[in-house]
Ligand binder design. Sequence first.
Ligand code: SF4
Length: 102
Amino acid sequence: MTDNSINSNRRNFLKLSLGIVPTLLLLKPQNLFAQDVLVKEGEVFQYKAKGPADKTCKLCIHYDSLKKGEKTVAGCKAADCRLIPGKYVCAEGSCQLWAKKV
Ligand code: SF4
């Protein structure tokens, strides 16, 4: 190997590194492993995946279908609950903190 080819390889490696490192810094570890997770029944506020028809999550003021939208998670239509960060609740679910949407 000549000095020129070693220098060229070193330059290419440095260019590649300069591109990869900032990209890796932008990726947060929690985003790399983010999953759509439903709240389990009874996990918080006596949550149930199927609540009474007049007190479902989709009728609750804390149900936030606008933030990330509704999606199907583990077989139920779900969205964020403002009181339970990081997990989804079923639109047909309910809990003790239900409050009528105004
Ligand atoms: S507060 Fe309870 S009822 Fe209201 S959206 Fe959250 S989990 Fe559902």
